[in-house]
Design a protein around this ligand. Structure first.
Ligand SMILES: [Zn+2]
Length: 153
């Protein structure tokens, strides 16, 4: 499909110099990174829906999936797929969700494209998930397990 779609409204829109995810990419803000290559980065969500909830983003700033070309969208999801295997292994989850929100109406909080990888245990099936408050130590421990799993596979 070609053509320029309309812009999606997001009151969180910012220039790349102010963007939280661009700042993580540049190393200006801390994050529990689990994966990084020259074009993509994955790090833990600091307010996760479950332990191991990871965000996978292109390093290049774009607000929504419409700002990416189709090849890059494919690569983003291939990266997310690889990350998901490590997230599930590290957390002992029984399943996982990909969630990819575009626009404020869709609950996109940070206006920089990202795919949520949310591991889910069987006992959480069908439950409404609330954001967890995890300590920095808990986040660090989970990130370490995911990195170790990625390194093994
Ligand atoms: Zn950005």
């Amino acid at each position: 499909m070609k053509g320029t779609p309309k812009r999606l409204h997001n009151s969180a829109s910012v220039a790349p110099d102010k963007c939280v995810f661009c700042r993580i990419v540049r190393g200006e803000l801390p994050a529990e990174k689990v994966y990084e290559d020259d074009r993509y980065i994955a790090f833990l969500d600091i307010n996760p829906f479950s332990r191991g909830h990871t965000l996978v983003s292109p390093k290049a700033h774009g607000e929504t999936i419409w700002d990416m070309d189709e090849h890059d969208i494919g690569e983003l999801f291939m990266t997310a797929s690889e990350v998901s295997k490590a997230v599930v292994e590290a957390t002992g989850a029984d399943g996982f969700r990909f969630v990819q929100n575009n626009g404020e109406a869709a609950n996109q909080v940070v206006a920089h494209v990202h795919v949520h990888v949310i591991p889910i245990a069987m006992h959480e099936k069908g439950k409404v998930m609330d954001r967890l408050k995890l300590t920095p130590e808990q986040l660090a421990e989970t990130a370490k397990k995911i990195r170790e799993s990625l390194a093994r596979n």
